[in-house]
Design a protein around this ligand. Structure first.
Ligand code: 9G3
Length: 567
């Protein structure tokens, strides 16, 4: 491609709202342009990279035995009513009416569509298993789209769905897809971790994993063990058994203490000259509109996903100040579990702490020497908290949990029969009995991978594309287009490399050398060949973008090295 023809404008500055490096650089390098909040056009360079990501995905999914299809974006909302999800999603699900006033949704995902499709095509166990996938634009009306391609409202996803006749079939399909994901992310050059994730109320233990690209901009927090392979999304991460505090000391009876205006954990810890872990924080929630109290240690936070899963509810709301007073009759800061009339859920770490300080359920008073189980009921106990850094690993002894930020680029689920039951996708098994198909679903954020790659591969001068995804393999930059020798050599190099099937971008613009080099660094093509004053002696400069290494080489050697690299 000759850059003088390329539909490309690089920018010196990106709009100020582009806080994420990838958002800033993809805009400045002319890979994407925003049409609306969270809605982007891919320009030639961005589109070339996107298609390379797709190509890797296709190759690995075909290798895994999945078959590519393409489903509609327009989904009749009857399907969402049938699956029971129509009322679960609010404004995030974009709905519209067609000319006959029939309601459709713009597909955010395709469980309902694929299950309906397969239901009408397969009725015998002989036709199972089958895994189908598509690479298609998804729509999710995010309240706050941001960070460019990292959280868009219209984005490219590969979504696959497996259908099996029994659980071990699903386990196999899941394992096969899981391995394909490893290959895909490795070939994309991503530094990623697989973490146990929370599959919500639909999935059981070990039934869902997320593939996280490590990046500080990532919105997800991963808790990973310092010594073993354990890693989990913070939503799900657990700690090892906390060391049970020695309760040899005889614990006196509860004492009421006057604590005027002492409300926050910090204030209480300070007032009693103790640590936050000796304070039992009581939070009021409403689950499906019924109030309940959750007690966690003062240095811990409630994990609302764990709470929802324990309670088996979809709607869980933290009570605000007046709701708290309404539920307990006590102002926030003095609420405690002793004598509460509503159900009390106690986090295990509180039990292991053994004794602590709580609100006294009386304004301006706290209780000390409070023993869970003795001074308030601790029958409803469980893991209701986020782990914290330094917690012991739940899988090995000695390991400690450390936090990393990650970008979710893949998510795989064992769905079981949630959709096949709801939508009637059944088959006749070998004994002629009717069974619901056992499903799995597998997503990859294809457009999100572009951003994740840039987050992990850039420097102050611009992007640095891995060879597998670069829009072009090599960037030819003649220093001066006014110099016939340089131009002749550049054109000759261009033709030779292309005749060997190498993707070449030739910067034939009539621009100053500095402008060309800055643009080349910004676009991030892995190898640059500078045709400068040594060209007349048959020498060119071979520049590696990642290492910034420079070498003057005879032209033929440069060609040989590039051809070798490109294959
Ligand atoms: C919706 C909206 C947003 C959504 C969903 C539905 C996320 C929704 C979860 C999944 C699960 C898997 C197949 C590919 C891999 C992920 N956001 N999810 O179901 F209506 Cl508005 O999409 N689906």
């Amino acid at each position: 491609m000759r850059q003088s023809n390329l539909f490309l404008n690089t920018l010196r500055e990106a709009p100020s709202e582009a806080e994420a490096a990838s958002h800033n650089l993809l805009l400045r390098a002319g890979f994407i342009r925003q049409l609306a909040a969270g809605v982007y056009s891919y320009l030639p360079l961005g589109w070339r990279v996107l298609r390379k990501v797709e190509q890797i995905v296709r190759e690995e999914l075909e290798r895994a035995g999945a078959q590519e299809i393409l489903m509609p974006v327009l989904q009749p909302t009857e399907l969402w009513k049938e699956s029971g999800r129509y009322s679960v999603y609010g404004p995030e699900l974009i709905r519209l009416k067609d000319r006959h006033d029939r309601e459709f949704a713009l597909g955010p995902t395709h469980e309902e569509v694929i299950t309906t499709l397969v239901k009408n095509e397969i009725s015998s166990y002989r036709k199972l298993p089958v895994t189908l996938y598509q690479i298609q634009t998804k729509f999710r009306d995010e309240r706050r789209p941001r960070f460019g391609l990292l959280r868009g409202r219209e984005f490219l996803m590969k979504d696959a769905y497996s259908f099996d006749k029994d659980q071990e079939g699903l386990d196999q399909s899941y394992k096969t897809m899981y391995e394909a994901y490893f290959n895909i992310f490795r070939r994309c050059g991503l530094d990623f971790r697989v973490v146990e994730a929370d599959g919500g109320v639909i999935s059981g233990e070990g039934d869902t994993h997320e593939f996280m690209a490590l990046a500080d901009i990532g919105e997800d927090t991963i808790a990973a063990c310092s010594s073993c392979k354990y890693a989990a999304n913070l939503e799900k991460a657990q700690s090892g058994e906390l060391s049970i505090m020695s309760t040899t000391e005889q614990i006196g009876v509860v004492q009421k203490v006057h604590t005027p205006e002492v409300r926050t954990v910090e204030q209480v810890a300070d007032y009693f000259k103790t640590g936050a872990q000796r304070i039992f924080k009581t939070l009021i929630y409403t689950a499906n509109d019924k109030p309940l109290a959750v007690v966690v240690r003062g240095d811990h936070e409630v994990n609302e996903i764990k709470l929802k899963n324990y309670l088996g509810v979809e709607m869980l709301v933290l009570a605000d100040a007046e709701r708290t007073v309404a539920a307990t009759g006590v102002p926030t800061g003095f609420v405690g579990p002793v004598g509460l009339k509503i159900p009390v859920l106690v986090d295990i770490a509180v039990l292991q702490q053994g004794v602590g300080i709580t609100g006294a359920n009386i304004a301006d008073h706290h209780f000390k020497n409070v023993v869970p189980g003795r001074d308030f009921p601790a029958l409803q106990q469980g893991d209701f908290r986020n782990v914290i850094e330094g917690d012991s690993c739940p899988h090995c002894t000695g390991g400690e949990l450390q936090f990393f930020k990650g970008i979710e680029v893949g998510h795989v689920f064992k769905l079981g029969t949630k959709y096949s039951e709801a939508l009637g996708a059944r088959f006749l098994d070998a004994n002629g009995r009717e069974q619901a198909m056992i499903m799995g679903c597998y997503g990859i954020g294809v457009s999100r991978i572009l951003a994740a790659i840039v987050e992990q591969n850039h420097d102050e001068r611009g992007m640095i594309w891995p060879k597998s995804l670069a829009p072009y393999a090599v960037h030819l930059v003649p220093v001066s287009t006014k110099d016939e020798v340089q131009t002749m050599i550049a054109n000759d190099l261009y033709d030779k490399l292309r005749s060997h099937g190498v993707d070449v971008l030739l910067d034939d613009r009539d621009e100053r050398a500095g402008v060309k080099f800055n643009d080349s660094d910004l676009i991030g093509i892995p190898v640059r060949i500078v045709i400068g004053k040594d060209a007349v002696n048959g020498q060119v400069e071979y520049v590696e973008r990642r290492s910034s290494g420079k070498q003057t080489l005879p032209i033929d050697e440069a060609i040989a090295r590039i051809i070798d690299l490109a294959h």
